[in-house]
Every structure is written in C-alpha cells, then in structure tokens.
Design a protein around this ligand. Structure first.
Ligand code: URA
Length: 277
C-alpha cells in the first residue's frame, strides 16, 4: 500500500494568513544584527486550536532556515524530548522571540525590547494563547522569558491563567561552556537539573495526549532524551532526514562573508539509502 504522508498544512486560515502576509522586514529587523537574507521562519506545530502547550524559543538557526519551521535541529529535538516526557507529541505550537536568525550573540539582547519586533510577536502570541486550549507556556532561555513577560503585561487575564515554565535554553550548556570556559559536562548537568526542576509542575498543568514518563534527566543527555520531529510538522515533501537527530545543515566558509552566505546541507550517512555508486 502506498505510504500516506502527513505534512504541515501551512498558514491558510486567519489570523495566520495575514500574519505571514505582512511580516516585518529589514526596517524592523536590521540586517547588521539579523540574518534577514534567509527569510523569516514563523512557527512549528498546530495552528488549528489543538495545541495545549506553547513553546517560545529564541531564533531560527541553520536547520530551520532550510526546513522553514522552527526548532527542528538539535535544540528542537531536545524540546521534543521534553514534551514527550509530559505526554505531548503533536499538541503544541512553537514560535520564536525573533523571526530571523540573530547575527552575533549580542544582537539578541540588543533587540530584546524593540517595540516593533514585540508588536508583531504579540500578534502571534495573542492568536495562540488568548481564548485557546493552551494551558502552559515553555519559555526557552532568558530572551524568551523577557519576551513572554512583555506579552503577559498586555494580556494579564490570559497570562494569569497560564502556567509558565521558564527553563534554560536547550543549547544553554554549549553556549555557556564556550563563554565561561567551564567543562561542557558541568554546564550540561546544570541545564538538565534546571529542566528537572520544572518537569513535574509543567506536567501537572498540561493534559497529556498519551502516557507520561517523568523520569528525571540524568546529568548528561540519554539516548531517549531527544525525540525526532513529527512528519506532520514539516512542509509537504520534506525528506525524512530533516527530522532526524543527525545534524545536516551547517554554516560553512573561510571568511565571515562566505559563512553568512552559505549553509551546507549534507544528507547524513544513515540516510544514504541509495544503491552503492
Ligand atoms: N532553533 C529555533 O528555532 N529556536 C531556538 O531557540 C533554537 C534553535
């Protein structure tokens, strides 16, 4: 029997049709600080009212620039694993603080309070949170926590009814190890301890779609802690390896210009199923 594929149905219904029709460009997101040349990446997950959890990430990276959905690479697979623990497999929606990939670490903080960036983001958050079945928000990292707090001030009634899990960003450990010189093992253990701190409360505020497994994270990532991205989350025809844990998109180039202009996409070894050449 033919395989029946699932795919993201996109942005046909309002208010999402309008949101993707009039997104902010370089006038709001300066290209010195954002990789606007790769276009905006809007969301991942359910826009049909079936979401129970909203994940607020930071900004899209290489895998997201290619797949046109957010939180698809390593960070996304870690979040997917967290949601799986609380029994949520597809009943979520995800948006980022920024539509475009941040260029340079400091740029993210520099624009944390930009009114025009926030105004557009608030339209998405209103659409996904006000009068919907979402009961909990997972904010990934400090920028997401700040952005959520700014939105919450505009919608105090809705925000007051939502559980907020403001957890460390899924790639906090790598970033903090690089910045501080601390061993990655130490920063990873600290990140996972932080996620453990939030796991029980988060689970208590979300109706699961299936069984939960609230086994705490160990001090390091375990083999089942990352989960692949569901097929239904990606645009039609997306190759299966886009959803796998193996990385497949990296910025390459010998100088800054080339590196900003280039994302190399390589089919992971495990997905090279063609006959031997
Ligand atoms: N990819 C995203 O889309 N968001 C993040 O926060 C990290 C990676």
């Amino acid at each position: 029997m033919a395989v029946v594929h699932q795919s993201c149905v996109g942005y046909g219904a309002e208010p999402f049709a309008s949101l993707v029709a009039d997104y902010p460009g370089d006038d709001v997101y300066p290209s010195a600080d954002f990789r606007t040349e790769w276009g905006p990446v809007f969301h991942r997950g359910r826009l049909d009212g079936s979401a129970r959890v909203l994940v607020l990430g930071q900004d899209p990276a290489t895998h997201e620039a290619i797949s046109r959905r957010i939180l698809v690479g390593e960070a996304g697979q870690r979040v997917q694993g967290l949601l799986a623990k609380i029994g949520v497999h597809t009943a979520y929606a995800m948006v980022n603080v920024y539509l475009y990939s941040v260029f340079g670490q400091a740029a993210g903080s520099r624009h944390a309070k930009d009114a025009a960036i926030a105004a557009y983001r608030h339209r998405w958050l209103d659409a996904l949170l006000v009068g919907t079945d979402v009961t909990a928000v997972v904010a990934l990292g400090d920028l997401a926590a700040t952005a959520y707090a700014a939105w919450a001030r505009t919608q105090p009634a809705t925000a007051g009814s939502l559980h907020l899990a403001a957890i460390r960003h899924p790639t906090y450990a790598e970033g903090f190890a690089r910045a501080s010189g601390k061993p990655l093992a130490e920063t990873t253990a600290s990140q996972l301890a932080n996620w453990n701190d939030h796991l029980g409360d988060l689970a208590a505020h979300v109706t699961p779609e299936g069984p939960t497994d609230l086994t705490p994270y160990a001090a390091t990532w375990g083999p089942t802690d990352l989960a692949p991205i569901p097929e239904v989350d990606l645009p039609p025809g997306a190759p299966a390896w886009w959803r796998d844990v193996d990385a497949w998109a990296t910025r390459t180039g010998d100088d800054k210009q080339t590196k900003r202009a280039t994302i190399s996409v390589v089919v992971p070894k495990g997905a090279r199923t063609w006959p031997a050449l």
